[in-house]
Design a binder for this molecule. Structure first.
Ligand SMILES: CC(C)(COP(=O)(O)OP(=O)(O)OC[C@H]1O[C@@H](n2cnc3c(N)ncnc32)[C@H](O)[C@@H]1OP(=O)(O)O)[C@@H](O)C(=O)NCCC(=O)NCCS
Length: 191
């Protein structure tokens, strides 16, 4: 993906990162629509996400997204198809810890018909590079349920390493599962 620091005015022009299949642009409140609401109430999409424990009507979702947009410590991107601009998922960098130069990453592809096409890998790779090359961060971290095979594979493909296991951390569909902590260090900062 091509990286740019520009902050253009229109949704079309706010592309921050462009890749082979998708581009990323900053989320706007207008994106929190019926489709977004559907993703957040799709049991398969939220199966491994903490959002499933929150209230997820449109008003609540807008309040949440509004807070993230206003936050100086979080950057929330819409994942959109290059072909037609369709918004199919989200990826968030944050909270960003500027004192230590690290940030957390989280993502979802809400439109399940686009699962298995390499899109999450493209998006995670792009945002991680953005964190390193544009923001100059030292490290990007993530947490993942141990049974979220798709997510673990995405991180592995993007060069994240397992840093630790949180034993029996998350209650997922009636069973406690381990949490996996993953991270990637800025390759430009390695000796
Ligand atoms: C997990 C998720 C992001 C994967 O997105 P995706 O765009 O389908 O992922 P990709 O196509 O980039 O797949 C990357 C790799 O993971 C594999 N993979 C994807 N989903 C998988 C699954 N459910 N089980 C096993 N492997 C899976 C792919 O086969 C691919 O591996 P390969 O290249 O060796 O064939 C998507 O399923 C999703 O949004 N899930 C709900 C939200 C979520 O769990 N987010 C992550 C929170 S930590």
């Amino acid at each position: 993906m091509t990286l740019t620091k520009n902050k253009p005015r229109t949704i079309k022009a706010t592309k921050a990162l462009e890749g082979a299949t998708v581009y990323l642009r900053k989320i706007v409140l207008f994106d929190v629509n019926a489709n977004y609401h559907r993703w957040m109430n799709d049991s398969q999409v939220i199966q491994y996400l903490e959002v499933r424990h929150s209230r997820r009507n449109l008003k609540d979702l807008r309040e949440y997204v509004s807070g993230v947009i206003e936050s100086k410590d979080e950057i929330f991107f819409a994942i959109c198809l290059n072909d037609n601009g369709r918004h199919i998922g989200n990826i968030k960098l944050g909270p960003i810890n500027r004192a230590h130069g690290f940030a957390y990453i989280g993502f979802l592809i809400g439109e399940r018909e686009f699962w298995g096409q390499g899109i999450a890998t493209e998006a995670v790779g792009a945002v991680t590079r953005y964190a390193f090359e544009v923001l100059g961060l030292h490290k990007v971290l993530a947490g993942c349920y141990a049974n979220n095979d798709g997510s673990l594979r995405v991180f592995q493909k993007c060069g994240f390493k397992r840093e630790g296991v949180q034993e029996s951390q998350w209650l997922c569909e009636g069973k406690y599962v381990n949490g996996i902590l993953l991270a990637k260090i800025n390759p430009l900062h390695k000796k």
